[in-house]
Design a protein around this ligand. Sequence first.
Ligand code: SAH
Length: 219
Amino acid sequence: MNSALGIGMTSQRTRNRMIVRLREKGITDEKVLAAMSIVPRHLFMDEAMAHRAYEDTALPIKHGQTISQPWVVAKMTEIVLQQHPKKVLEIGTGSGYQAAVLGQLVEKVFSVERIDDLTRIARRRFIKLGYMNVRTKTGDGFKGWQSEAPYDVIIATAAPEEVPENLLKQLRISGVMILPLGDSKRQNLVKITKTDNGYITDQLDAVMFVPFLHGVVRG
Ligand code: SAH
């Protein structure tokens, strides 16, 4: 860590203050809070941003993308854990932070990112921090990760305007997909449960994510 930033900005004590704020904002799952008190969010961004790592806000990463706001990560992870999943697919690896939080709590995490440079950086972080149960690949999230399907839970951390139907096929029966749905003005977190005879949709909190886009970006 650059000493000019002050070690205090990235210490366990700073991280614990973030946990206190998450509790104040209604996060109650102790497993989620424990996981987020362990994962070093400041290592999932450029050093220049690291002094803000434990503020409850989304922050810019490379390629015009963002690392999600801690409260949103906590909220989505709480919903994921309600399923007691063994295998989770994330669409939108980005910094890798959400995948790492899941990696603390779930046996196997698969994560797809469309921007190859981000995939590579995130993969290096998973290896360095010892998340051997988190795998990532570059691909178009609309296609999911077919060879590892079915999943207990699929989460998207980028917002499509319509539900990507193809992803629902990669869920097991009684599995759930959690995703922000909407455009750049208005989005809602939505939970879709796959049943024997169709899908049940629950509308959750208002959120704001970067858009879910088609195609892969290399180089
Ligand atoms: N979970 C991330 C959030 C990153 S922002 C984190 O914790 O940091 C969302 C990411 O979704 C961006 O990196 C963006 O490139 C990616 N994305 C958008 N559309 C995608 C698609 N179709 N397939 C895969 N990734 C996508």
